[in-house]
Design a protein around this ligand. Structure first.
Ligand SMILES: [Fe+2]
Length: 332
């Protein structure tokens, strides 16, 4: 029988693997013996890094200047690209090593300047997903660049539309959608740039079911980097304070992604990401919709929000509790 420790090393290279029945038995036995199964299975306990937070904040300001430069010039100067590659991408790659995405989620709740911090946030989340999928260094660097520049086409959109408080008119919305094409145009002829960078700018609003834009592409016609950027884009948007909505609570973001989005996004990438997100909740106290409280002790890889909880009345398996779900995380 494989031991849990033998499986542990695989977590760096693949999306969260499903547990086998024998492994669940081992965990249950550990729980009954009062052992903490989290320490033998999960690797999500990195401590916050204050320096990285400062660097992320600086990268956001730097990105603002660079995008302003592109807006003023109408094209991307080579120095702008070099600054992103030399100064910003290393911060994103470093940030994406932090496995505690719940902590990252708190950091990325941008109160203002969403337009600029969004690029860095999507860069970090996409890179995090790429790492979990076991991307090579070269592939990961291309993904980081693709994610950081996914919305570069917005530099061609009038600020009156970008920063409008009210609902966009139909014409304004059509213009806003064109940021995908503008981004592709800005990036496609830059020498030495991986093709996925321009393609991700073009395709990050395409959806698996063909209901995205601008080309209504489906499944395999969408570049894998654009599929990852699409998930990171939506996750960051839901997690952030915007002009017109408050950031959603962490578990609500997970719930919505898990419930509504499997026809829109690549299910394998999405399930891996959602499972990773939920895993960061292990050890947290939650209130259930039946008003019972409990501590999350294990995640079900096939249905990440149907967690196993330790409550006053014993172990509760949400898979068996019809109509009962997590209402909120206590203390967050
Ligand atoms: Fe976009």
């Amino acid at each position: 029988m494989r031991t849990l420790k033998n499986r542990k090393g695989k977590l760096n290279n693949k999306a969260f693997p499903p547990l086998t029945i024998p492994e669940i038995d081992i965990m249950m036995a550990q729980l009954e013996n009062g052992e903490d199964c989290r320490s033998s299975y999960s690797e999500y306990q990195a401590l916050p890094n204050v320096d990285i937070n400062k660097k992320i904040s600086e990268a956001c300001f730097q990105m603002k200047d660079l995008l302003q430069d592109i807006r003023n010039n109408g094209y991307m100067q080579l120095e702008v690209l070099q600054t992103i590659q030399m100064d910003i991408a290393p911060v994103i790659l470093e940030s994406a090593k932090n496995p505690d995405i719940h902590y990252l989620f708190e950091q990325l709740k941008a109160g203002s300047e969403y337009t600029y911090s969004h690029n860095i946030g999507v860069g970090i989340i996409a890179t995090y997903i790429g790492r979990q999928l076991g991307f090579s260094q070269k592939n990961l660097s291309a993904l980081t660049l693709a994610a950081t520049l996914h919305d570069v086409g917005k530099t061609k959109i009038p600020e009156s539309i970008l920063e409008k408080w009210g609902k966009l008119t139909a014409a304004e919305y059509e213009e806003m959608k064109r940021h995908t094409i503008y981004g592709y145009e800005l990036l496609k002829d830059i020498p030495g740039l991986p093709p996925s960078v321009a393609l991700s700018a073009l395709q990050h609003h395409e959806r698996e079911n063909g209901k995205g834009y601008p080309l209504k592409l489906e499944g395999n016609d969408i570049h894998p980097h654009a599929k990852i950027v699409a998930i990171a884009d939506v996750f960051h948007a839901m997690s952030s304070n915007r002009v017109y909505h408050q950031a959603m609570p962490f578990h609500k973001v997970i719930e919505q992604m898990n419930r509504d989005m499997f026809d829109k996004f690549n299910p394998e990438i999405l399930l891996g990401f959602v499972t990773q997100l939920t895993s960061t909740l292990v050890g947290k106290e939650v209130l259930l919709t039946n008003q019972q409280t409990g501590k999350i002790i294990m995640i079900n890889p096939y249905d990440p929000l149907k967690v196993l909880l330790n409550t006053e009345t014993g172990i509760v398996d949400l898979r068996m509790e019809e109509g009962c779900s997590i209402e909120r995380i206590i203390g967050s």
